[in-house]
Unconditional design. Structure first.
Ligand code: PGA
Length: 238
């Protein structure tokens, strides 16, 4: 696992963004796995700036997002599909038909998402955030390492942490569709980003903890190509 410590959020976005851009430069038809939440915002801002300045061509890139809330339609303002359109897809020249986010309203056969990813050749680079409890995607503590895309229950901690995006914790959906831990491990390259003191314990477990389903992120110790990009506060316990 390669660990890159940087000064602040903007630098996290630059370093992660440059890794994504170099994947696109080496293969214009790259398959990217993308993440939502606060952490990737500086990365997406950097990619949009790059698009304005350098006209990086996203027209053949395909993307697969990690997760979506169950019950929120793609045009719901709190859905992750809406977030991705707003924060990235509508601001670069990606073909929206090449972008995929699990559908929070059609949850009958979630593993079809893994089949679609593999039919497209598998993920070249997966961008990940991390939860304060060590979740990646919405794979909460206790999730089997064998998991594929499925409908999952969110923990009380995740609902509380994510309530900042909603009017109140009561409005946060209790379930999500999430790529599983095996879905994530199937990516050829993984880039995990974390910002802030509240992520320091999860980062410590990710890097130095015993591999255990109690800290889902620790499965990444078994992956051969992981880059962790963290600011000083997220790095404060390592
Ligand atoms: P955050 O979420 O980027 O909003 O902190 C990360 C995560 O829960 O995976």
């Amino acid at each position: 696992m390669k660990v890159i410590k940087v000064l602040n959020e903007k630098e996290v976005g630059k370093v992660a963004g440059d890794l994504i851009l170099s994947a696109i430069q080496s293969n214009s038809s790259s398959i990217l796995g993308l993440a939502t939440g606060s952490t990737p915002e500086s990365t997406y801002e950097y990619l949009i700036e790059d698009f304005k300045k350098n006209k990086t061509d996203w027209s053949k890139v395909k993307t697969f997002n990690l997760d979506e809330y169950v019950g929120l339609s793609p045009d719901h303002k709190k859905s992750y599909r809406y977030f991705m359109n707003d924060k990235l897809f509508h601001k670069i020249n990606i073909d929206i038909k090449n972008t995929h986010v699990p559908d929070g309203l059609k949850i009958e056969n979630p593993e079809d998402y893994d089949k679609l990813i593999s039919k497209n050749g598998g993920i070249d680079l997966q961008l990940l955030g991390i939860g304060t409890n060590g979740h990646i995607g919405f794979n909460e503590p206790g999730t089997s390492f064998d998991s594929l895309t499925s409908v999952v229950d969110l923990t009380a901690e995740t609902i509380e942490v994510n309530s900042r995006f909603f009017e109140s914790a009561l409005e946060v959906p209790k379930k999500a569709v999430s790529m599983g831990l095996t879905s994530i491990m199937n990516a050829r390259k993984i880039v995990l980003i974390a910002i802030g003191k509240n992520k320091a314990e999860a980062i410590k477990q990710l890097i130095n903890g015993n591999i255990s389903i109690n800290w889902p992120c620790t499965i990444l110790q078994n992956h051969k190509d992981v880059t962790v990009i963290i600011d000083e506060e997220a790095a404060s316990l390592i």
